[in-house]
Design a protein around this ligand. Structure first.
Ligand code: NAP
Length: 251
């Protein structure tokens, strides 16, 4: 049997695809043959152009994922625009940094709502479609802080640890329906999310010293894992959190 990473004819929904990791994943899925709905609160002009160059279809669906209000509409619009939904990438996420003593309820709720609550309810809405068609792939963007505590980011560590747990919980429930649920835990990737760390000389040096590969990751470094987890090649992989971290966790 030939191993297939081909996504021709597949329909994908990627959240937070205007920039960073989400953009790299959306373009890679299109490169592999998928049509892609780009869901987010900012215009994904660059991503639309990059996907147009692959010859695949991309649609822009504007949604603020800080609450679950838009999730059902997002799935409905994707199905209407692309003719179905085979792949969901839960990528949109935020981070808030502060000392424990100063950490606010707002910084707790904003991160947990966007990174965990919306991810769950969007997965639920997508899973209803995937269960009906008896196939589908859900890919959650987790973090090294799905395994570790991090520094000054308690709501992010809690939410991303929750993402790892939810990945396994949903994988168990959806496996009999032919739907696989996995997560990617990116290492330190140079994006807006990590701009403050890159700019902090001390933290930047500490981070670099621990990465065996000896460099920050690029958004494109995450794309291969996403294509694998979206493709038939990973049909027997479910409930897994795949670190793509230049070796950070191996240290
Ligand atoms: P990024 O460049 O800041 O991208 C975050 C994306 O999420 C953007 O598209 C952003 O849209 C979107 N988003 C945030 N809040 C949203 C909301 N309320 N509604 C809709 N979209 C929203 O950072 P990134 O590094 O690519 O992050 C992507 C994912 O990877 C996140 O889940 C992050 O936690 C995770 N991650 C990143 C790293 C890293 O080192 N960079 C490591 C581990 C995990 P706007 O442009 O409109 O804000």
């Amino acid at each position: 049997m030939a191993i297939s990473f081909d996504l021709t004819g597949k329909r994908a929904l990627v959240t937070g695809a205007n920039t960073g990791i989400g953009q790299a994943i959306a373009v890679a899925l299109a490169d592999a043959g998928a049509d892609v709905a780009l869901a987010g609160r900012s215009a994904p002009a660059e991503t639309l152009a990059l996907i147009a160059a692959t010859g695949r279809k991309a649609v822009d669906i504007r949604a603020d994922l800080s609450s679950i209000a838009p999730v059902q509409g997002l799935v409905d619009e994707t199905v209407a625009a692309l003719g179905g939904l085979d792949i969901l990438v839960n990528n949109a996420g935020i981070i808030r940094r502060n000392d424990l003593a100063d950490f606010t309820e707002e910084d707790w709720d904003a991160v947990v709502d966007t990174n965990l609550k919306t991810l769950f309810f969007l997965s639920q809405a997508a899973a209803r479609v995937m269960m009906r068609q008896a196939s589908g792939k859900i890919i959650n963007i987790a973090s090294l802080l799905s395994f570790q505590g991090g520094i000054r980011v308690p709501s992010y560590a809690a939410a991303k640890s929750g993402v790892a747990g939810l990945t396994k919980a949903l994988a168990n429930e959806l496996a009999p329906a032919g739907v696989q649920v996995n997560a990617i835990a990116p290492g330190y990737i140079a994006t807006n999310n990590t701009a403050a760390l890159q700019a902090d000389e001390v933290r930047n040096r500490q981070i670099m010293e621990r990465i065996p590969t000896g460099r920050w990751g690029k958004p494109e470094d995450i794309a291969g894992a996403a294509v694998f987890l979206a493709s038939p090649a990973s049909d027997y992989v479910t409930g897994h959190v795949l670190a793509v971290d230049g070796g950070w966790l191996a240290r």
